[in-house]
Ligand binder design. Structure first.
Ligand SMILES: Nc1nc2c(ncn2[C@@H]2O[C@H](COP(=O)(O)OP(=O)(O)OP(=O)(O)O)[C@@H](O)[C@H]2O)c(=O)[nH]1
Ligand SMILES: [Mg+2]
Length: 391
């Protein structure tokens, strides 16, 4: 399952967002270091389900499908707040970042309102939110460096004496961040490093870490508390850091709760009011609705979808019956897997099971009914049957 880590300075609204998107109640409060232990939960990314094409209802094994929109589960991890100097033990330190070691995507949630200072304390003076981005990114890098550089000389001496491929040697260090051989190969082929590990300087190790972020594990800055700012504030931020997603965890939570309690018909912006909702509630929700309609604030689900699309993730539906799009028990489109653009039918086979990958014979495209080979490049929303020799 795709893993998404929520990081940021204390009081930025990480736990509020976590609660809104996972429906898990966690501690939320207007002071720093409310969260002291990471929270882990499941949320979803949404995509149009192929069930629409066959006029049948699908049977998701995981997640759900509502009105033809498939909800594909992703793991969300909310961690304590990060402050400058965390790598030297300040605040809650940085050990807790180990919980997002193998996250595929890191979201740096920053308080766009500027109403909390660098350490997350509510402040009278308006604070420039862009400052958070610099130190949070630095702390992430320092944390990665500390893991990779640990016992480097001992590691380098041992590995320099072996005839293994360089990628496999580096992987012994990089696997802790969830990287695989392909990932390491990508970094090593695009960037230059000394041939012998013993000759890697601190700078080389640092660069390697920054390339992990650049190529494999991107950090996305997302502005929170955008309900408290105006167009000018948004411009000021975008002038410095470029196009930004402005969200409101508070609104996300309000909408989610209104939906769960039966006040509105959907948790999307096209909701209608249910009879049970009162006039005060409708007034607040109308205001919220208009802010989203004006594009002042975006829904976090849309942000997430944008990020995932931008990274080249695609949704693939493996089936056993290429005609009916079912598994062996007749369940329609039971699974939705996230793969990456460029991944092949063989990659899908391995993702289903190593045994199926190893014994791959051919595959069939469920839409065209054509036989495809192991090198077939998967397309978003493909329905694929894999034929293998595995028992
Ligand atoms: N106005 C507004 N307030 C928000 C928003 N998101 C969170 N808050 C408030 O900000 C405060 C901090 O929220 P938390 O979710 O506890 O923040 P956190 O980042 O998890 O904080 P730590 O666990 O201390 O690192 C709470 O009072 C929230 O109600 C938002 O989008 N808008
Ligand atoms: Mg928190």
């Amino acid at each position: 399952m795709l893993k998404i880590g929520l990081i940021g300075k204390p009081n930025a609204g990480k736990s509020t967002l976590f609660s809104a998107i996972t429906s898990i109640d966690v501690e939320i409060a207007n002071y720093p270091f409310t969260t002291i232990k990471p929270n882990v939960g499941i949320s979803f990314i949404k995509d149009k389900c192929p069930e629409n094409e066959i006029n049948e209802k699908c049977h998701p094994r995981e997640g759900k499908c509502i009105n033809g929109i498939r909800y594909i589960p992703v793991e969300i991890i909310d961690v304590p707040g990060l402050i400058e100097g965390a790598s030297e033990g300040k605040g809650m330190g940085n050990e807790f970042l180990d919980n997002i070691r193998d996250a595929d995507i890191i979201i740096n949630l920053f308080d766009a309102s500027g109403l909390t200072d660098k350490e997350g304390n509510v402040s009278e003076n308006r604070y420039n939110p862009v400052e958070d981005l610099t130190f949070v990114n630095k702390e992430i890098l320092k944390w990665m460096y500390s893991k990779i550089a640990k016992d480097w000389i001992k590691f380098a001496r041992k590995e320099d004496n072996s005839s293994e491929r360089m990628e496999l040697k580096i992987l012994k260090k990089a696997a802790t961040f969830g990287l695989n051989e392909k990932d390491v190969f990508l970094i090593m082929s695009r960037e230059k490093f000394p041939d012998k590990l013993i000759n890697w300087s601190d700078n080389d190790i640092n660069n390697f870490c920054s390339y992990i972020i650049k190529y494999i594990k991107p950090v996305f800055n997302v502005g929170n508390k955008s309900d408290l700012i105006n167009a000018g504030d948004r411009n000021d931020i975008e002038n410095i850091i470029g196009k930004t997603h402005f969200i409101s965890a508070e609104y996300e939570l309000l909408i989610e709760k209104a939906y769960k309690n039966g006040y509105i018909t959907a948790d999307t912006m096209d909701f209608e009011y249910m009879e049970k909702s009162g006039s005060e509630q409708r007034k607040i929700l109308n205001e919220i609705k208009s802010k989203f309609a004006d594009g002042e604030i975006v829904r976090f689900y849309d942000t997430l979808t944008d990020i995932i699309r931008g990274l080249g993730y695609i949704v693939i539906y493996p089936v056993l019956d290429e005609g009916k799009w079912t598994d062996k028990n007749g369940n329609i489109l039971p699974d939705a897997f996230l793969l990456k653009e460029g991944d092949t039918a063989l990659d899908l086979a391995y993702k289903i099971h190593t045994d199926i990958g190893e014994n791959f014979i051919r595959a069939v495209n469920g839409r065209t009914r054509r036989v495809i080979g192991k090198d077939y490049k998967l397309l978003n929303n493909d329905v694929i049957k894999i034929i293998s020799n595995s028992r």
